[in-house]
Design a protein around this ligand. Structure first.
Ligand code: AMP
Length: 378
C-alpha cells in the first residue's frame, strides 16, 4: 500500500489529503481555513498542520511520503523533487516569480518537515508538465537578453491537472494518448486552457505567473500591459497594490462581486447587470481561447472540461461551445445537462470533436508522482 499525505498550502488555507496511490482512493481529506485570522482561525501554518493531523488521526498510519504542491519551480525545478535544505532555499529564491503562492507553500513544507522528519518530502511543481512547451509558445516577444537574464517565459500552471485529465481522456476514449489532439479547459477558481498533442503540451494560457489567460474567480487574466504603467503613473498605485488588485479583486469578483458561479447565475436571474457582464466577459474570453486553440491544432479530437466550474456548470459549457458546429464541435444538450460527477461524453455522435467532462484529481496525480519518484530511486 502506498499512502501519501498531499499538502497544498496557500496563504490563508491548507488543503490536505491522504491518498492511496495504488488504488486511487482518497482515504481522507480536508481543508483548514482562515489561517492567521484574528477570531476563530488558527494562528499559523504549524497550527493548521496540527489541526489537519488531529483530524486525520489513524489515517496517518502507513504513510510512505508527503507530497507538496508547489506552484512555481522556475527554470530548473520541474521534476518531482525530494526536498532538502537546498531545494527549500531554491524555492525561496523563486518566490519573486510567484509571490502569492511560493511563500505559503514553503511554510507548509517547513512545518511538515519538522512534524514528520522521518518521511521523504517531495515537491511537485504546477509548472512541471509545461516545462517542454515549444519555444514558439513559451517565448514572449520582448527583448530576448532581458528575458533570458530574468527567466521570463511562459511557464504554465495547473500542469498536474492538465496532464492527469488528458491521460484520463485517452483512457475514457480507449485511444492511445500519443494519437490524440486535445484541448483541456481547467475552469476552477483559477482557470487555464491547454493544447496537448500526443500527450505533450503545445500551448497553455497561463504565463510567467498564474495571472495570464482566462478570466478567473479573482484574477484578471489577459490584460494590456500598459494598464500596469497607467495605474502606477497616473492612479499613483504602488506595484504591490496593482498586483494585489489584479490577483485578488479582479476577475468575476472584480466585475460582478462574486466568484461562485452558482451565485453568479442567481444574480443574473434576478436581473443583476454587473453579474451578467462578468459572465459575458468570462465566456467571451473562453471562446476566444477555444477558437485560437482550434486554429493551433487544425482539428481537435477532444475538448475536455474539468475543475469546479468545468465539471459542474452546464451553462458555461454550453455557452463556451455554442455555434461551433462548423468548427466540428457540437454539444448534446441533454448529455451536457446530466449532473453525474464522473467522466462522461457531452457531445453529439456527429460531433467531429468529442467533448468530455472529466473530474480532475490533482491530489492523486501528486501522490502518484511521489510514489514513482520513490520507486525509481530504490
Ligand atoms: P475549484 O477551484 O476547482 O475548486 O472550483 C471552485 C469553483 O467551482 C467555485 O468558486 C464555483 O464557482 C465553481 N463551482 C463549484 N460547484 C459548482 C456548481 N455546482 N455549479 C457551478 N459552479 C460550481
Amino acid at each position: 500500500m502506498n499512502r501519501v499525505l498531499v499538502v497544498n498550502s496557500g496563504s490563508s488555507s491548507l488543503k490536505y489529503a491522504v491518498v492511496d496511490a495504488d488504488s486511487g482512493d482518497t482515504i481522507a481529506d480536508g481543508i483548514v481555513e482562515r489561517i492567521g485570522e484574528e477570531d476563530g482561525g488558527v494562528p499559523d501554518h504549524a497550527a493548521a498542520l496540527q489541526a489537519a493531523f488531529d483530524e486525520l488521526d489513524d489515517d496517518m498510519t502507513g504513510l510512505v511520503a508527503v507530497g507538496h504542491r508547489v506552484v512555481h519551480g522556475g527554470p530548473d525545478l520541474y521534476e518531482p523533487t525530494l526536498v532538502d535544505d537546498a531545494v527549500v532555499a531554491r524555492i525561496d529564491e523563486l518566490s519573486p516569480l510567484a509571490p502569492l503562492h511560493n511563500p505559503p507553500a514553503l511554510l507548509g513544507i517547513e512545518v511538515a518537515r519538522r512534524a514528520l522528519p522521518d518521511l521523504p518530502h517531495i515537491a511537485v511543481f504546477d509548472t512541471a508538465f509545461f516545462h517542454d512547451l515549444p519555444p514558439a509558445a513559451a517565448t514572449y516577444a520582448i527583448d530576448r537578453d532581458l528575458a533570458a537574464k530574468w527567466g521570463i517565459r511562459r511557464y504554465g500552471f495547473h500542469g498536474t491537472s492538465h496532464q492527469y485529465v488528458s491521460e484520463q481522456a485517452a483512457e475514457f476514449l480507449g485511444a492511445p494518448l500519443d494519437s490524440l489532439r486535445q484541448i483541456v479547459l481547467h475552469l476552477g477558481n483559477g482557470a487555464s486552457a491547454s493544447v496537448i498533442v500526443g500527450g505533450r503540451p503545445v500551448e497553455t494560457s497561463m504565463g510567467l505567473t498564474p495571472m495570464e489567460g482566462l478570466v478567473m474567480g479573482t484574477r484578471s487574466g489577459d490584460l494590456d500591459p500598459g494598464i500596469y504603467a497607467y495605474l502606477w503613473r497616473t492612479a499613483k498605485m504602488s506595484v504591490d497594490d496593482i498586483e494585489s488588485m489584479l490577483n485578488r479583486r479582479s476577475g468575476m469578483l472584480g466585475l460582478g462581486g462574486h466568484i461562485d458561479f452558482r451565485v453568479v447565475h442567481r444574480q443574473i436571474a434576478s436581473g443583476d447587470a454587473a453579474a451578467q457582464l462578468a459572465y459575458d466577459v468570462y465566456i467571451h474570453r473562453l471562446r476566444k481561447y477555444i477558437g485560437a486553440y482550434l486554429a493551433v491544432l487544425g482539428t481537435a479530437d477532444v475538448i475536455t472540461f474539468t475543475a469546479g466550474v468545468g465539471e459542474n456548470d452546464a451553462a458555461v459549457r454550453r455557452d463556451a461551445l455554442s455555434g461551433m458546429t462548423a468548427l466540428g464541435v457540437e454539444l448534446d444538450e441533454q448529455l451536457n445537462a446530466d449532473p453525474r460527477r464522473e467522466a462522461r461524453r457531452i457531445s453529439t455522435d456527429d460531433s467531429a470533436t468529442t467533448v468530455l467532462v472529466i473530474p480532475t484529481d490533482e491530489e492523486l496525480a501528486i501522490a502518484r508522482a511521489c510514489v514513482s519518484l520513490l520507486t525509481n530511486r530504490s
